[in-house]
Every structure is written in structure tokens, then in C-alpha cells.
Design a protein around this ligand. Sequence first.
Ligand SMILES: *[C@@H]1O[C@H](CO)[C@@H](O)[C@H](O)[C@H]1NC(C)=O
Length: 222
Amino acid sequence: MLSFSALSVVATLAFSAFTSAMPLDPTSAVSTVGNLLPVPALPVGVPALKRDTPRSVAAIVADVTVQVTPYVEQLKYINKQNATLEVIEPVVTNIKGVFASAVVEVQGLMGLSADVILAPVTGTVAVTVAELAQIIAGLLTLVFEVVGVVLGVVDSSILSCVTYLLVSLAELVGCLVCAIVMLVDGILANLVATIVPLIGAIIPIILQLNVLIVIKIFGIAL
Ligand SMILES: *[C@@H]1O[C@H](CO)[C@@H](O)[C@H](O)[C@H]1NC(C)=O
């Protein structure tokens, strides 16, 4: 488990990236790390927060996976001919939008009971650390694998633009993980340590992008 001070450093990194990467109206974004610790005021205009019953972390992450899958599918089969910025950018922007809403929704769970936060996707028994790690690792793998595909296909003339775009996506993914880790800290032990062995396949892509937030959260050695 990360120490609290290490977590604070990561959180600061994550949420400065979050506010700069946030595709939504910046006036409605949660703008400081400080807003994380107490229950943040509900930003207006974020549909995810208008639910009567807050969704659990597992339900949010599972839904992000469902929502990003069609976008991932669009990027999965790009080739040299159609791997252009015009094709890639809107798809990545859509994926970022899904993650940004999820970050806000997870932050909205701060201060709620463990029953709510750890509710399962279906059924009534609270998720275990292994189950939640599996759901999160599945989402990370889905996203970073396709990031790897895109990086491998794009022409060198647009590689730096595309890399920049993918780094901004990866930072938002890191924000979501960071928000989850902070939220479950104290109610679910060893989440990070349980995720790490499940994401071995995507670590080279994370290192290639050099996404500091993700590297720090998972303590990936450079
Ligand atoms: C790019 O072309 C391939 C091969 O024709 C196709 O399968 C894929 O769907 C195309 N992707 C996009 C995003 O247009």
C-alpha cells in the first residue's frame, strides 16, 4: 500500500493532470486536490452525479469498460492508411470524456459508507480486493493495449502529436485509479498491490508513454 504522503504526491500529480486534461467545462470540474478529501460539492452539469443512488466503484469501473469498448474497437483495427490524427483524435477525446465523468463520480463517493462504495456490480455481497483489482486491471489492459496498437501503427510524422494525445488519456486513466485508491484507502487493503501482477502485459506501454501518475501509483520501476 502507498504511504499517505506518497499518495498525496500522486494525487497532486493526478489531479493537476485531471484539471488540465479535463474535456468538460472547466468551471464545473473539481479543481483542487483539497476538494477530494471532504465530500466535494456536486458540480453542476455532470450527468453521472444526478443519480439518486450513488453507484459503487465496481459499478462505475464496469460501466466505464462498457462505454469505452466501442471506441477501443474503432482504434483496434486502424492501419497505416487510416491512422490519421483526424481519425484518432475524436475517438480518444470520447474515451477521455468517459474517464473524466468517472473520476468525478468516484470523487462523489468520498465520505459515503463502505457498503455503498464496495457494493458489487450485481448481487449483494461487497466486492473483495481481488474482484475489484480484476475489474480495474481489465479496464487498464483494454485501454493500454489499444494505446500500444495506435503507437505501433501511426506514421512517424504524427507520432509526437498522437503520443501527446495518448499521454493525456493515460493521465486521466491514472486519475481514475488514483481517485479509487484514495477512496478505498482504509476500507480495502492492498488494492494497488493486487492490481500490479495483473497488468504486467501493459507495463511496457505505460513506460513508453512515461505516464508519471500511473508509474507512481503502481510503483513501476524505471
Ligand atoms: C481502418 O481500416 C481498416 C482496414 O480497412 C478497418 O478495419 C478499420 O475499421 C479502419 N478504422 C477506422 C477507424 O477507420
